[in-house]
Design a protein around this ligand. Structure first.
Ligand code: NAI
Ligand code: MG
Length: 397
């Protein structure tokens, strides 16, 4: 049966890279129906809703989404651009992609960071006698996507029962009891057992299915005892009971950020809460070429709903170029993650091999791979366009 994919181009370069990724997966032999899901700035301005209900319904029905990127703007600017007849309706802009994650409980975020040989943006280090080492990086970060420090439970100037509750903690009295409440802001870091178990099991399962030798919990359990501590303890229990052949490593986020610039090739699967997962995945993405290469998958394994997207945004300054210069590989990699999720692993492998060949040959490079700053003249200077990069990948298929 042909799969139906909800294609959500969104705004700016999201529209360009999604089209190229669809061209690549089609050329690789993946035959799907696509329905377009409306999302982004245009729908905020015209309808007062950047994520219309009809798009939610489409995802509900077809389960799999490919998403480009959206533009978000500050509250006041968002209001100014709203269509005049909507201005008195009390509408407030909220990021549609954050809403999408929450609505469908896409709590598993997976960010693969694999270096391609020959990418001039790869991390290198000095070896002995001045030689240059270029380690092969193959890390996949599993980030809890809905809780923790991004859970939104926050107060400035806590009062009433909130203040009472804080005061009931002996450490609060000791460290902050002398501070006037109006000078205090609090952001909570809530971890639940259910969500923590889901992200841990996703990481271990992926390690097992894909032959990784280790899972690293990257938190800070020695200091943040309750949340990080709970995650590490649960990881130990899960590993002992169900994944005895996979090693469990424990690193602290701060030390991890140093180690990833020393021996990044040692790490396989990394799992962390929301904020530390965000940090460590950006860190690893930087080692393999940055935004043009960083892909992500957001999944709810129970309902089977999943949305795949590059981690970059809509890059508005490049959106209206006559010839698009941005790198489509992050979007193409995201499409590969989608193919893996729907059990089209061979097709995903085929595409990754084609990307690898193009990069290894070194003849076809987008502007950032040539270390140019992004301007229309990069094409004259030898960089390829977004379409030409996709064409080169397709020619290898
Ligand atoms: P951005 O990721 O759109 O762009 C930052 C810079 O990264 C660009 O100016 C460009 O130099 C480079 N870049 C991005 N994608 C690239 C690619 N494929 N190839 C080569 N270079 C690339 O982030 P920015 O400028 O902070 O945000 C622009 C808009 O995107 C904002 O409205 C922001 O809210 C939104 N955004 C949306 C996201 C999403 O849809 N998930 C994520 C991040 C930002
Ligand atoms: Mg981030």
């Amino acid at each position: 049966m042909k799969r139906t994919i909800v294609a959500m181009p969104g705004d700016g370069i999201g529209r360009v890279v999604l089209e190229e990724a669809m061209r690549v997966i089609e050329a690789a032999g993946f035959d799907a129906n696509y329905v377009e899901g409306d999302i982004g700035w245009e729908f905020w301005c015209k309808e007062g809703d950047p994520l219309p209900q009809r798009t939610i319904d489409l995802i509900e029905k077809h389960k799999i989404g490919l998403f480009g990127a959206i533009t978000s703007k500050p509250k006041d600017e968002a209001f100014d651009e709203l269509s005049p007849e909507l201005k008195d309706k009390g509408l407030v802009y909220a990021s549609p992609i954050v809403r999408l994650r929450q609505h469908f409980g896409l709590d598993i975020c997976m960010r693969p960071c694999r270096s391609y040989k020959g990418n001039p943006l790869n991390f290198i280090r000095r070896g002995q006698n001045g030689t240059i080492d270029e380690p092969q990086i193959d890390a996949v970060i599993f980030r809890q996507n809905t809780e923790g420090l991004y859970g939104g439970v926050e107060w400035s100037h806590p009062e009433g029962i909130v203040l009472e509750a804080l005061k009931s903690h002996p450490r609060f009295e000791k460290n902050f009891g002398h501070v006037p409440p109006e000078e205090i802001s609090v952001s909570t870091r809530i971890f639940t057992k259910n969500a923590t178990e889901r992200i841990l099991r996703s990481a271990f399962n992926y390690a097992k299915e894909n032959g990784y030798k280790s899972v690293t919990v990257c938190e800070k359990p020695n200091v943040i005892r309750e949340t990080s501590g709970m995650m590490y303890k649960m990881a130990q229990d899960i590993q002992r009971a169900d994944f005895p052949d996979i090693q469990l490593w424990n690193t602290n986020i701060d030390a991890q950020m140093m180690w990833l610039t020393k021996n990044p090739e040692d790490y396989g699967i990394i799992v962390a809460g929301n904020m530390f997962g965000d940090i460590v995945s950006d860190g690893f993405a930087g080692l393999i070429g940055g935004l043009g290469f960083a892909s992500s998958a957001q999944m709810n394994p129970e309902s089977g709903v999943a949305v795949f997207e590059p981690t970059h945004g809509s890059a508005p300054k490049y959106a209206d170029y006559d010839v698009s210069i941005v790198n489509p590989i992050a979007m193409i990699e995201s499409a590969c993650a989608m193919l893996e999720f729907i059990h089209e692993k061979d097709t995903a492998q085929k595409i990754r091999r084609a990307v690898a060949e193009v990069i290894a040959e070194g003849k076809v490079r987008t502007y950032e791979m040539m270390k140019f700053s992004g301007k229309p003249d990069v094409i004259e200077k030898g960089a390829v366009s977004t379409q030409q990069m996709a064409d080169a990948i397709i020619s290898k298929l």
